[in-house]
Design a binder for this molecule. Structure first.
Ligand code: SF4
Ligand code: SF4
Length: 433
């Protein structure tokens, strides 16, 4: 059963512990010189992929050959894809190459993003629990479930542009009499979290996306098969929708003034802590993106995010000029008929709760506090846990031994050697005897 899109290649791990402190949900431990991911805690943010210098963490994406199971193979490029091509490749060339590598159609996620922006504007016209927190980044929804369950009612209950795009594609083929199972819809993703979102969606009963491929993989294929268009490329990214690839881009497209746009998981956690303690109750909307720089900083992108941001800006300028000189697109009546709200509740999955039974939880908490007070509290990580508090929790839960802490081990050895010395003094005959 599919569960996560971030996995460990154990043979490459040297147990250096670099990754344990960068995990936002304390999901990694190093035991017996190898990292381990605690699955219930992992939110597939991809931080550990970025931080591991040994390449021991990898994204588990779908196999590209799966597209050939379908007669109709539709690519959904994330808006960040175009920004990976910084050598002056045109959008038309990139789209033409998508056909060359095996897709039979391309639909722009950026077009769906424009509709999600409009639906969000409409949602924000009524009084809500403020601030509303954006739901387009699946890592943020998972983070809230695990670290900030009290904020679940703040999550914008509207599906992502990717999901709306997939539903539109399947519905549109359906209107031509083509069965849904004949149409494969594939997302080209800048991050592993989207793959998890497809296989285990949040807020929706199922995903209409059939697979997710790494942007790195598709980039290499496209570069290898770069084509100039031999037919007119009709569907093109929209400037507003493309801007969703960067921090502040989605919110710019939605157009809510009283907002905060935050990127990078540590900064997002800071902001969510402020939402939790009520400091930001006057703010109406928080756009939160897990990767630094937004999707352009995703773990599966190719280009340096500063370079790709510049490329995206230039592409948007070109598309804006085209949009100004051509007739406006008529409203897409089929798209407007597709339901876009969440249809399944988001449930809390708190990772820091100790036990369902409150009495047992209190007892465990007391033991954790007692042990924690004896630990050095310097969060050195040599025990394999990210913090001393986390280590104390692991010991109380039975996942680690007190002696895994080098300070506690040294103390124990000292106590034992003193006891041994004392004992030998008692039982060995003195020279006088
Ligand atoms: S960063 Fe983590 S996964 Fe990579 S080698 Fe070090 S302990 Fe292993
Ligand atoms: S993907 Fe993110 S949440 Fe999962 S183990 Fe790696 S750093 Fe932690």
């Amino acid at each position: 059963m599919y569960s996560h899109s971030v996995a460990l290649e154990s043979e490459k791990c040297i147990g250096c512990t670099d990754c344990i402190k960068r995990c936002p949900t304390e999901a990694i431990r190093v035991r017996d010189s190898k990292a381990k991911i605690i699955k219930d805690r992992c939110i597939d943010c991809g931080n550990c992929i970025a931080v591991c210098r040994n390449g021991a963490k990898k994204a588990v994406m779908d196999n590209f050959s799966m597209i050939y199971k379908y007669p109709y193979r539709v690519a959904l490029p994330a808006p960040s894809l175009y920004a990976q091509f910084s050598k002056g490749e045109s959008v038309e060339d990139i789209l033409a190459s998508m056909y060359a590598i095996g897709f039979t159609d391309v639909f722009e996620v950026s077009q769906a993003a424009e509709y999600i922006a409009a639906y969000t504007r409409k949602y924000m016209q009524q009084d809500r629990i403020y601030p509303v927190i954006s739901s387009a980044c699946p890592v943020i929804v998972r983070l809230i479930q695990r670290r900030f369950p009290a904020l679940i009612d703040h999550i914008l209950p509207i599906m992502s542009p990717m999901e709306l795009a997939a539903r539109y594609v399947k519905t549109s083929y359906g209107t031509k009499g083509i069965e849904e199972d004949q149409v494969g819809v594939f997302f080209i993703s800048p991050c592993p979290a989207k793959a998890t979102d497809i296989h285990k969606p949040k807020g929706l009963e199922r995903s209409y996306v059939d697979g997710a491929f790494s942007m790195q993989e598709i980039y290499l294929k496209v570069v290898h098969d770069m084509q100039h268009p031999t037919k007119q490329i009709k569907r093109k990214p929209t400037p507003g929708g493309m801007s969703w690839a960067t921090r502040n881009g989605g919110i710019g497209d939605i157009g809510i003034d009283n907002h905060i746009a935050v990127d990078g998981i540590e900064r997002v956690i800071d902001v969510l802590e402020k939402v939790e303690d009520g400091t930001l109750s006057k703010i109406h909307y928080v756009e939160a993106l897990a990767c630094t720089g937004g999707c352009l900083g995703g773990a599966l992108t190719i280009e340096n995010p500063f370079v790709s941001r510049h490329t995206l800006k230039k592409l948007i300028e070109v598309e804006e000029k085209v949009a100004h000189t051509s007739n406006p697109e008529p409203p897409n009546t089929l798209m407007e008929r597709i339901p876009y709200n969440y249809n399944v509740s988001i449930v809390p999955k708190p990772v820091f709760s100790l036990d369902e039974d409150i009495g047992t939880a209190i007892e465990m908490m007391e033991k954790i506090e007692t042990l924690y007070s004896k630990l050095p509290q310097i969060d050195c990580g040599s025990c394999g846990a990210p913090t001393c508090r986390c280590f104390a929790e692991d010991v109380v839960k039975g996942y680690a031994h007190v002696e895994d802490c080098v300070f506690m081990l040294r103390k124990r050895i000292k106590e034992l050697s003193e006891a041994m010395f004392e004992l030998t003094q008692k039982i060995l005959p003195t020279t006088k005897d």
